[in-house]
Write a protein that binds this ligand. Structure first.
Ligand SMILES: Nc1ncnc2c1ncn2[C@@H]1O[C@H](COP(=O)(O)OP(=O)(O)OP(=O)(O)O)[C@@H](O)[C@H]1O
Ligand SMILES: [Mg+2]
Length: 283
């Protein structure tokens, strides 16, 4: 097995109306990594994601899974989509069945699993996203955030090797965002590769191992998330800096170096812990 589970090599994509949405992008997705994909509106994140599970096919260049070029035949795509699960940005693009349970069952049912295994996975996935109580409800009556949860459950129930989530936190309430982060942690610990498109720079800085930054369809930067997301040119393009990194920097300017403690905080929680540890040391 190669280290890279998914790769795009010099991928360009032009929509039928002539819009050049990806321009010569090469990326490598390391097996088991947490990857954040960032870029302003229209940068090409969704278009890139649609290439990862074969919904779109590069105009030029190629996409590979486990070092093998994607197979766009019917059976090739079926197998690809059981290995790479995509949660769409817009839940209405993904949901189609009458009830929540039917919708979540659709993917695993098509994988040729036994009925009891499908049932087990569906119940587990519904529980993970807090939708067990709503299992019999028609999907079209759900709120936006509830629809997003159902979409996430549908992909989790397939237990793919890679989950690709297009702005999964957008529209979720604060509690569900925390719960989703906890689900992502569990999936990561189980060895899954997780790729997320997000506009939340603070989340990306705290969560991701690696970052990919797109600008007008081109790859602006990729690599270690803490390094990439504090690069001046990247922050300029994204129009923001990660708050925790900025506080670390400001504190070190006034002589408080949190690295003295033993690690560099990446999340608000770590930052608060580091500051209180520092204060205890000084008292
Ligand atoms: N179906 C389509 N037909 C033509 N152009 C499209 C289509 N979908 C997207 N585009 C264009 O392709 C470019 C990339 O769009 P994409 O949706 O990939 O961006 P994005 O980074 O996901 O943006 P956002 O942050 O708003 O979700 C944009 O210029 C967009 O207008
Ligand atoms: Mg998008």
């Amino acid at each position: 097995m190669t280290d890279d589970i998914l790769t795009l090599d010099s991928v360009s994509y032009r929509y039928p109306d002539g819009t050049q949405a990806l321009d010569n992008c090469s990326i490598r997705i390391r097996r088991g990594a947490r990857i954040a994909v960032l870029g302003t509106n229209g940068a090409g994140k969704t278009t890139m994601f649609l290439h990862l599970n074969g919904i779109l096919r590069p105009s030029t260049g190629q996409a590979s899974l486990n070092g093998v070029r994607l197979d766009y035949s019917r059976s090739g795509l079926k197998s690809l989509r059981s290995q790479v699960g995509l949660v769409f940005q817009n839940p209405d693009s993904q949901l189609f069945s009458a009830s929540v349970r039917e919708d979540v069952s659709f993917g695993p049912m098509n994988m040729g699993l036994t009925e009891s295994e499908v049932r087990r996975r569906v119940e587990e996935a519904l529980l993970a996203v807090g939708m067990t109580e709503n299992a019999e409800r028609p999907v079209h009556n759900l709120s936006y955030g509830q629809k997003k949860r159902v979409c996430i459950a549908g992909v989790l129930a397939m237990q793919p090797e890679v989950v690709v989530l297009d702005e999964p936190m957008a529209g979720l309430d604060a509690t569900m965002q925390e719960e989703l982060t906890a689900i992502l942690d569990l999936l990561h610990k189980s060895g899954m590769t997780i790729i997320i498109a997000t506009h939340d720079l603070d989340f990306a800085y705290g969560w991701a191992d690696e970052a990919i930054v797109l600008q007008s369809g081109r790859l602006l930067a990729s690599g270690n998330a803490t390094e990439i997301l504090t690069q001046e040119n990247v922050c300029k393009v994204l129009g923001a800096k990660p708050l925790v990194a900025e506080i670390n920097r400001q504190l070190s300017l006034i002589g408080i170096d949190l690295r003295d403690i033993d690690y560099m905080p990446r999340t608000k929680r770590e930052l608060l812990q580091a500051i209180s540890a520092q204060t205890r040391q000084e008292n």
